[in-house]
Design a protein around this ligand. Structure first.
Ligand code: AMP
Length: 389
């Protein structure tokens, strides 16, 4: 369902409440921002709203203050950083609701940053009265925080019912454009590549993607639960024994659609630089830590024949070389395919960066949990709440 975009709104002279994701990593004392990536990612929507003549209220959570003020999780350092990036003053509110905040309503072209939404337990509780207070600050709502769209909180869902229009910001808009396209109308054949640690974390994703894609390639530790379910030797690889029946059912339903690794890089221990070898049958006492070269070739051939690709999760213990090779090879294969590609999950993104191919991926999702839920077929509450186009 297409959602209203910030570009569809008349913002001139309006006070806009923009939910952003300023949940940046901070030093322990909360004074220094260690990565401003998320702030920079919000700049296009912020600048757009200001250029259109809006007075802009920005709101975010930061860390887990558990419903009460905590100076190590204040957004004050973010106001300073944002002012530097925008080249203009950013007023800092003492709280996110209340009379003092209402009195700070920004004039057209001005920016007000609210204090941490999660200083109030009512934010995560999606409390109606708190939602009403947030909504009373503005005339228009914009959500640019895709990373929290899978949460039904006051600032992502509750407050929307008290405002006439709710639109996606530019970042959110791009996420939705790619995620809707790849799940509802993907160019075919569409290939999904899934990896990572556990089948149990991605059951919904596997089951939903099975309905959408033409081929599903499974790597990472997840593959060993499937291989064990098939009766293959897995040594001491990571296996979820309580998911063997489920794996059998998924394989029976999927038939030839599902591809598993045919060889493995194994070692006796999960340690960076551990002595390793490539095998087709995993011996006792060894564990599979990456997909082998034959598997890379098989997966690469399928990816090369695809017209669209979805990728989530590493093919091996990517953080510990030499077990990163399979994941990096798949990153390159996805990039080289040159087709519509949507990648989610922090590890896949790191692999793409390590392979130096970021520019060749159509879309790298900014929201790990949110994109996983989306791929699992869940309607994200923060997206569902936005006004339909
Ligand atoms: P996820 O968050 O589910 O995408 O899982 C990512 C984690 O899976 C990473 O920390 C990887 O090290 C881990 N992983 C991938 N393949 C394996 C494997 N064969 N054995 C153990 N852990 C793995």
């Amino acid at each position: 369902m297409a959602k209203l975009s910030i570009r569809d709104l008349d913002l001139k002279g309006k006070t806009v409440f923009m939910r952003v994701d300023f949940n940046v990593p901070l030093s322990e004392d909360g004074q220094t921002i260690t990565s401003d990536k998320r702030i920079r990612a919000s700049l296009p929507s912020i600048q757009y709203a200001l250029e259109q003549g809006a007075g802009l209220i920005l709101a975010s959570h930061l860390g887990r203050p558990k419903g009460k003020p905590n100076p190590t999780m204040s957004l004050k350092p973010i106001a300073v950083k944002l002012a530097e990036l925008l080249g203009k003053p950013v007023a800092m509110a003492p709280d996110c609701v209340g009379a003092a905040v209402s009195a700070m309503r920004p004039k057209p072209g001005d920016v007000l940053l609210l204090e941490n939404l999660r200083y109030h337990a009512e934010e995560e509780g999606n409390d109606a009265e708190f939602s009403k207070q947030l909504a009373s600050l503005a005339g228009v709502y914009v959500n640019d925080a895709f990373g929290t769209a899978h949460r039904a909180h006051a600032s992502t869902v509750g407050m929307i019912q008290f405002l006439p229009q709710a639109a996606a910001g530019l970042l959110m808009d791009k996420e939705l454009e790619y995620l809707f396209k790849i799940t509802q109308d993907p160019p075919r054949p569409c290939v999904a590549i899934l990896g990572g640690a556990k089948v149990s974390d991605k059951i919904e994703v596997i089951e939903n993607l099975m309905k959408i894609v033409d081929r599903l390639l499974i790597g990472g530790a997840m593959a060993y639960t499937f291989l064990k379910a098939k009766g293959e030797p897995v040594g001491k690889s990571l296996v979820e024994d309580d998911k063997l029946d489920l794996a059998r059912k998924i394989m029976a339903d999927a038939g030839a659609k599902l591809l598993l690794p045919v060889d493995h890089v194994v070692a006796a221990e999960l340690k960076e630089g551990a002595p390793c070898s490539t095998v087709t049958a995993i011996p006792d006492g060894q564990m599979g830590l990456d997909i082998g070269g034959k598997t890379v070739e098989e997966f690469r051939a399928v990816i090369a024949g695809a017209k669209s690709v979805i990728w989530n999760g590493p093919m091996g213990v990517f953080e510990k070389p030499p077990f990163d090779k399979g994941t990096v090879a798949i990153a390159k294969a996805v990039a080289e395919s040159g087709v519509l590609s949507v990648v989610g999950g922090g590890d896949s993104e790191k692999a793409i960066k390590a392979a130096g191919v970021s520019g060749k991926i159509s879309h790298i999702s900014t929201g790990g949990g949110a994109s996983l839920e989306f791929l699992g077929g869940v309607e994200l509450p923060g997206v569902a709440a936005l006004t339909n186009r």
